[in-house]
Every structure is written in C-alpha cells, then in structure tokens.
Design a protein. Structure first.
Length: 241
C-alpha cells in the first residue's frame, strides 16, 4: 500500500510542470527578506536533533538512526507496517511523552533531589541528635563513676543503722519488761499494804471489842481503879522524895 502511494506521488510529480528558472530569483529574494532572527541556525538544529538521539558517540547515534530508517523503509515497502491514523496518534503520543520526558525530566530530577536532600537532612539531624544523646548518656555515666564507693558507704551506714535499731528495740523491750515488772511489784506492794491495814484494823477492832467487853466486868474495873491509884501514889511519892 505504501509503495503504491509512493508510485502515485512520483507520477504526480512528473506530471506537474517544472518551475521556470526565471522565477527562482523572486523566491530567493522573498526568502532573503525574512528576518534572520526568526530562522534557527541549521547547525544548532542538527546538533540538537543528534543530541536527542540515544547513544554516547556520533558513530553509535548514526548507526541507530540508520538502522531505524532502514527498518522503517523495509517495513513500509514490504507492507509489514501501514501508515494510517493510528501511526499519527502513536507519533503524537510518543512526541508528547518525549516532550514530557525532555522538559519534565529536569523538573522531576530537581524535585527528587530536593526530596533526597530533605530526607538526608532529616536523617543527618536524627543521627546528630542520637549521637548527642549517646554522648550525654556517656557523660552522665562517667559522672556516676563513684557510685560504687557511695553504695558501699551507704551499705555500711544502713548496716550500722540496722544494728542501732535492733539495739534500740532490745532496750525498748527491756524497758517495757522492767516497767511491767515494776507495775506488778507495785501492785503486790499495794496489795500487801492493804492486807496489813486490814489486819491492823481487824486487830484494833478485836482489841477494842475485848477491852470494851472487859470494861463491862466490875472486877476488872476495880482492878484498873486500884492499879491507877497505885500508879498515882507511886508517882506522887517519887516526886516528894
């Protein structure tokens, strides 16, 4: 199909009248009147096209371009591939993707590098904070280097305190026992005193009752009276002498 289209195009070109040589200066004069600033330099345009091709050297880029052109011509001439509207759509999509890759690639690269720098900064800050925390912990541990001696001293103090507490508890128990014994002895003394007082009271009451009973006897009263008179006479006679 492509060969037929090419044959028809060649035949149409042959049937077209050729341009007279006298008209060429006019065309060249028209083209020469265009401003040179709007026309890109052919060398720069060719260099940009060559740079856009894959490959590291001019030879590899030329080989790739020649291979692609040859394969395209072979496929079209043998009708392996037919140029239709799908080809146009594919070419447009490839052009769009190429433009996105060409113009959006650097922007994406910049964004990715910025993200990498941001993440790198966060990781570096975290590493620095962790390093500082470890250093602070090491300094704190170094400051606690004498904790063993302090612990030994505190153990000795606690041991002595325990001994003193045991001694104080023993003395407290001894004091409590002595106080209890004293209270028991005091109770016994009070009891004996009460018993003695009761006995003396009973003895006195008995003696008084007995005396009262004897005083009721006239003979006893007579004896007491005689004894009293004798005692008075003896006292008087002793004073008279």
């Amino acid at each position: 199909m492509a060969s037929r289209l090419a044959t028809r195009a060649v035949g149409a070109a042959r049937l077209r009248p050729s341009i007279a040589p006298r008209t060429l200066p006019a065309i060249t004069s028209l083209t020469s009147t265009r401003p040179a600033s709007n026309v890109p330099e052919p060398r720069a345009k060719a260099q940009s096209i060559i740079d856009s091709l894959p490959g590291n050297s001019l030879v590899s880029k030329t080989a790739i371009l020649s291979s692609a052109a040859g394969l395209s011509i072979y496929a079209i001439s043998n009708e392996y591939y037919v140029v239709n509207e799908e080809t146009v759509v594919a070419f447009c999509l490839l052009s769009v993707w190429a433009a996105l890759i060409k113009f959006g690639g650097p922007l994406y690269k910049q964004w990715a590098e910025a993200q990498n720098e941001k993440i790198k900064g966060i990781l570096n800050a975290a590493r620095a904070d962790h390093t500082q925390a470890v250093k602070n912990r090491i300094e704190n541990v170094q400051q606690m280097g004498g904790v063993v001696d302090i612990t030994k001293a505190l153990f000795e103090v606690s041991k002595e305190t325990a001994q003193l507490e045991a001694r104080a508890y023993e003395l407290e128990q001894t004091t409590a026992l002595a106080a209890e014994a004293k209270s028991v002895l005091d109770s016994w003394v009070r009891y004996e005193s009460q018993v003695k007082q009761r006995q003396q009271k009973e003895l006195a009451e008995t003696i008084i009752a007995k005396v009262k009973k004897e005083l009721e006897n006239p003979k006893v009263l007579q004896q007491i009276l005689q004894q009293s008179v004798a005692d008075v006479e003896r006292i008087v006679s002793s004073k008279a002498q």
